[in-house]
Design a protein around this ligand. Structure first.
Ligand code: NAI
Length: 316
């Protein structure tokens, strides 16, 4: 797909981040929202973030801040927003009825070439797109927050999505510097959240049962597992931690199964464990907008630095 025009529907947290990613890739971006105030604040925050990124050397793409900003325009007319767009990324609130309504409007506006893509975190393509005239052109492109710093995008087709839609979306994501993965079929939670929930679930049980403190539990990830997972996944970890996968299974199969059989049922995520974890987290990071925002900014700086390091260390 040649650099062209994309439309972003919904200019909240994710919509504005997508706008920055596409502008960095040289695409003209039309940002649409029902709320003018959201668009105004989106433009302000994009400008501010780009300036800061430029200062710290983390601005993406070959264009200057002003050139990237010039590629982004805003509008409150959906038809005008999608006119001429070859790719439309929907980023409205996670509400099935709302998203279905928006996709049925878009279905009437687009031709046979544009791709209709959703940022949804957990709504299945079969729930979102079934019955649309342009279902072959529909797909989920699930980003990770914040997409500007965390490049992974899960591409999840509807059973009737044309393979060329999947391929074009994959190629587009590569082109703008994201890291796409393709799911061959839809599944609740896609892949990222299934892995994330498996980790959260065991973290919750370990703290809830008093095995480890909330602070130490988080350290196990940030100073332990997470260090290697930023570079290699769990399967490659197995491969490298023995003489290949088969040797790993031979050595650790029994031990793994023994431990896994002691995992408890799905936690309720309420009651005593919730209070304990909430208290510990709130002592470390009080739930006050200014404090939370400062911590999020620090997290994003860390992620930007990590992404630079990953580029330097790239081995494939
Ligand atoms: P948000 O609440 O920050 O933004 C939603 C935006 O949609 C707001 O600007 C709102 O004014 C606008 N909107 C509401 N109704 C609309 C309509 N009819 N037409 C156009 N715009 C409309 O939400 P956020 O966090 O940006 O999430 C957007 C999508 O991205 C959701 O589907 C969410 O599941 C997904 N997502 C969110 C992630 C996150 O961590 N926040 C991560 C990955 C995906």
């Amino acid at each position: 797909m040649e650099p062209g025009q994309v439309a972003i529907v919904g200019s909240g947290l994710i919509g504005r981040s997508w706008a920055m990613v596409f502008a960095a890739g040289g695409f003209k971006v039309k940002l649409y929202d029902v709320a003018q105030q959201q668009l105004t604040s989106a433009l302000e925050s994009i400008r501010k973030q780009m300036k800061e990124l430029e200062k710290s050397g983390f601005l993406k793409g070959a264009l200057s801040v002003e050139q990237q900003l010039a590629l982004i325009s805003v509008c409150t007319d959906l038809k005008a927003a999608v006119e001429g767009a070859t790719f439309i990324q929907e980023c409205t609130p996670e509400n099935l009825e709302l998203k279905k309504k928006i996709f049925s409007q878009l279905d009437l506006m687009v031709g046979d070439n544009a791709i209709l893509s959703s940022s949804t975190s957990c709504l299945l393509p079969s729930k979102l797109f079934t019955g649309l005239k342009h279902v072959k052109q529909c797909i989920v492109s699930h980003p990770v927050n914040p997409p500007y710093y965390v490049p992974l995008v899960e591409i999840v087709p509807h059973p009737e999505t044309d393979p060329s839609t999947t391929e074009r979306t994959y190629a587009l994501m590569k082109k703008i510097g994201q890291s796409p993965v393709k799911l061959n079929k839809e599944i609740e939670g896609f892949v990222l959240n299934r892995l994330q929930y498996a980790v959260i679930s065991e973290a919750w049980r370990l703290v809830g049962e008093g095995v480890v403190s909330p602070a130490d539990l988080d350290l196990v990830m940030s100073d332990g597992l997470g260090m290697r997972y930023a570079f290699i996944g769990p399967l490659e970890t197995m491969h490298l931690n023995a003489e290949g996968i088969s040797n790993y299974c031979e050595r650790y199969r029994e031990g793994m199964r023994l431990v896994l059989n002691t995992f408890g049922p799905v936690p309720e995520f309420s009651g005593e464990a919730e209070q304990k974890i909430s208290q510990a987290m709130s002592e470390k990071i009080p739930v006050v907008p200014k404090v939370l925002d400062a911590r999020r900014e620090w997290r994003d700086e860390c992620l930007a630095g990590l992404s630079k390091l990953k580029k330097q260390m790239k081995s494939d």
